[in-house]
Design a protein around this ligand. Structure first.
Ligand SMILES: [Zn+2]
Length: 152
């Protein structure tokens, strides 16, 4: 049984990767990062096929190529990854609860419908869901802004 070990290794791998990523980085396809820096202006190699960028390379900030570059320390990156993991677990738990709620109401494929329940994630909101009669998939949304919202 190496599941816990593998999970820890995965968390360490994700934390290390995150510690190489500037907090303004939003994906190269956006052209500019959230600090307004054009990726093309800080590209490290001229050959765009093999380009690397200060935003995602292994050099910590302050980065010589970009004065806007801010990378988390490994500990800060790990804290972010851990917080995201807690968030994901809460989302999955709430989705499972909504499915159990719908099953209890005998909703599913062939018998679609709607339901609502107290939101298991934020507790204060109302989680409303719709079950598709076509495939039993669920669309759920909490009344609290930025809480749960998913579509299967
Ligand atoms: Zn909620």
């Amino acid at each position: 049984m190496s599941t816990t070990f593998d999970r820890e290794k995965e968390m360490e791998r994700r934390s290390l990767k995150r510690s190489h990523e500037c907090r303004h980085f939003n994906g190269l396809s956006n052209g500019r990062c959230e600090a307004g820096v054009a990726y093309a202006s800080v590209r490290i190699t001229a050959d765009s096929a093999r380009a690397s960028y200060p935003c995602i390379d292994h050099v910590p900030s302050p980065h010589p190529r970009c004065d806007q570059c801010v990378k988390p320390t490994l500990a800060e990156a790990r804290a972010q990854i851990d917080a995201e993991e807690v968030e994901h677990q809460a989302i999955f738990a709430a989705m499972r609860a909504a499915h159990a709620h719908a099953k209890y109401a005998r909703l599913g494929r062939g018998r679609g419908g709607t339901g609502e329940m107290p939101c298991p994630k934020c507790v204060t909101g109302t989680l409303r869901y719709i079950v598709s009669s076509f495939n039993g998939h669920m669309h759920g949304q909490c009344s609290t802004p930025k809480c749960l919202s998913w579509m299967e």
